[in-house]
Design a protein around this ligand. Sequence first.
Ligand SMILES: [Mg+2]
Length: 220
Amino acid sequence: MNTSKEFIWLFDYDLTLYTSEERYVLDSLDKRITEYVQKTLNENFENASRIRKEYLAEYGTTLAGLRICHGVLPDDFFDFIHVPEYLIYPPFSKERKAILESLPGKKIVFTNGRADWCEAGLLSMKIDSLFDAVFDLKAMDWEGKPASSAYEKMESFLKNLNMNVCSKNIVFLDDACRNLQEAKAKGWTTVLVAPNLKDEFADYSISSILDLPQILPSIL
Ligand SMILES: [Mg+2]
């Protein structure tokens, strides 16, 4: 292991920092998104749920579809869906915390959500102090992954950290295959974090963040 090398770990938040077994966390948010669609488009819950999924598939996020098709303002959307009393946050896990603590270098969240959702989650998992920054959709001017502009803005942000890190030592972890290609094109090390999935743009594939120790010796 070469410990003199500097590393930057870029973690997606949803279903990456918490596992697919904790999907109920995302389900609580999805229910709230459906309710936003229901209220904004004046649809019943069933239709709103279908529209939410269609926008997600077609535009990458439900918000992107709502913006393009209905001119929804991102902060109006997030202010409605991020009300804590309707949401479930991931629990503390000793194992998760220990794994994150063992990583050398800076850790940054790179999420298509708004920071308040994942900051509340990091706090709930008691790992907030381990992260150096949260780079959220607002920081990407509401144009999230996999748009190339999102990765360019992330790179500019990293340059301002004044770290002498080669691209290979930027490790990008995400549960969505569609987000890997652009990261790979930038020369970053890519890790797909999802059960039973493989992708041509993934340097490594693990089922969950709890399996990170399996590939760590090879990355370092
Ligand atoms: Mg995700």
